[in-house]
Every structure is written in structure tokens, then in C-alpha cells.
Design a protein around this ligand. Structure first.
Ligand code: BTN
Length: 247
């Protein structure tokens, strides 16, 4: 699969590709599908104020610029869905095994995290001005030193190095394909595919909310990205990201 970005900006070193993309967007009108990428991200940002660990030259750490003018701001969770689906599509093809999406948008193999996504949106009036889609994919790194609970890389799964350039191209093409589905309003397909690859969608599992640990099953994820669980008493509870932990 091929992909052609509007602008492709490579930096030998950056603190954070998301921050650099934000800076560039404030400065000038960058075209949709522009990419900021670095070989050495020194202060990568993760979800919830965490750091994103990435060894120099071993992984993909980049930000992709989207300008989904067709999407109402309250539906911005669809960006999360299509990006995680694009990464899952790419990883499933490469690894030839099941890859799942841990709600809302972590890419998992088994119980381990292979990639993370940090999306930062800018809304202008009633329109999504731009979305900075930051992606960290663990590719050839073999040892993780941060306190991230359960990282895994492609190398730890395949035991061979993977070329970063070709992988990036395939990844971007897969995301573009899913983005196109969103553009032509294939929400049914996106929702079905997202739910089908959801981590722990089958059976009951342990979760934790402010009141403590409980057993429940995942029922649905709505358009706003809220998850609905059903506990053993048949009671349904709805959560936003950060209100719920998978145990
Ligand atoms: C997560 O915590 O799961 C999200 C991790 C996102 C990391 C990527 S790496 C490229 C981009 N730039 C950043 O500073 N963060 C994202």
C-alpha cells in the first residue's frame, strides 16, 4: 500500500512530535496528512500525562495531521476509532495474529500494549479545525525501562527487525483507508469493525471504578466514546475514559 503525505517533516531529535506539529499549525497552514516524525523523541507524551518511552532509532514516533471538516466536533471519537482500526489492520497483516483495541485506543497483542495514540484536537467555532494524531508504535525495541505496565514490540513477537520506512508507509496507507470510510460516512462498518476487535469484548472481566473492583461485560461503545458495562446483577453503567480501569 502506498501513501503520499502533504508534507513529510523528519527531525533527528524532538521532544514531542505532537508538540512540534502543534507549533507548526500555529505558524502556518500545513496540509492535511502532513507527518512530523523523529528518530529520537526525548519527551514523548502519553495518555493522562504519562511519558511515552521510545529508544533512539528503534520505533515509530510520529504525528499525523488530519483536517476532518466533514465531521461534527461531538463525533470526534470517530477519529480515535479509525486511527486505531488502521493500526490494528496493519499489525494484523504483519503479525498474522489477533490484534485488539483496548478501549479507547490502545493497540494490544494478548495482554500487552504494542502501540499508543494521543489525539489532540483543535475546534474552531462549530468545526474541527485540525486533529493531531500522535502515534507511538514499538517496533524494534527489546528492553523497556519505564514503568509502563505491559509494553511489547514487534521485535519481541517476530524476533526479526522490521524496516521502519516501509512499515510507516503501510501504516499511513491503512489509516488513510479507514479515514476514507469515515469521509464517505461508513459509520456502520467502522462501528462494527471497532467493536469486533475490542479487547475483552467477550465474557466477563474485572474492572475498577471509584467504588472499587467489580465483574462485568462490555456491552457497547457509543458515538461519544463512552463505554457501557453490564455487571453480574444486570445493572448497566456508563463510563468516560479515566473513570474506569481494566484489571
Ligand atoms: C498512550 O499513552 O498510549 C499514548 C502514547 C502516544 C505516543 C505518541 S509518540 C508520537 C506522539 N508524540 C507524542 O509526544 N506522543 C505521541
Amino acid at each position: 500500500m502506498t501513501y503520499s503525505s502533504a508534507e513529510f517533516l523528519f527531525y533527528p531529535e524532538l521532544q514531542s512530535t505532537n508538540n512540534e506539529m502543534k507549533r507548526l499549525c500555529a505558524d502556518r497552514k500545513l496540509g492535511e496528512q502532513s507527518v512530523v516524525i523523529t528518530a529520537n523523541q526525548t519527551a514523548g507524551k502519553g495518555q493522562g500525562g504519562n511519558m511515552w518511552e521510545s529508544e533512539v532509532n528503534k520505533n515509530l514516533t510520529f504525528s499525523l495531521l488530519l483536517r476532518p471538516e466533514f465531521l461534527a466536533p461531538h463525533l470526534q471519537f470517530y477519529i480515535s476509532k479509525i486511527v486505531s482500526l488502521g493500526i490494528a489492520d496493519c499489525m494484523t497483516a504483519l503479525l498474522k495474529r489477533d490484534v485488539s483495541i483496548k478501549w479507547p485506543n490502545d493497540i494490544y497483542v494478548g495482554d500487552k500494549k504494542l502501540a499508543g495514540i494521543l489525539i489532540e484536537n483543535s475546534i474552531c467555532g462549530s468545526k474541527l479545525d485540525y486533529c493531531i494524531v500522535g502515534i507511538g508504535l514499538n517496533v524494534n525495541q527489546e528492553v523497556f525501562v519505564s514503568d509502563a505496565p505491559n509494553p511489547i514490540s514487534i521485535k519481541q513477537l517476530l524476533w526479526v527487525d522490521t524496516g521502519l520506512e516501509a512499515l510507516l508507509e503501510d501504516l499511513l496507507a491503512r489509516i488513510e483507508e479507514r479515514y476514507h470510510q469515515l469521509e464517505i460516512n461508513r459509520l456502520d462498518l467502522i462501528n462494527t469493525d471497532y467493536f469486533n476487535v475490542l479487547y475483552r469484548k467477550d465474557g466477563t472481566h474485572l474492572f475498577k471504578d471509584v467504588k472499587g473492583v467489580f465483574e462485568a461485560s462490555i456491552k457497547s461503545i457509543n458515538e461519544l466514546g463512552l463505554i457501557t458495562l453490564e455487571d453480574k446483577e444486570g445493572l448497566r453503567r456508563e463510563y468516560a475514559f479515566k473513570e474506569l480501569r481494566f484489571m
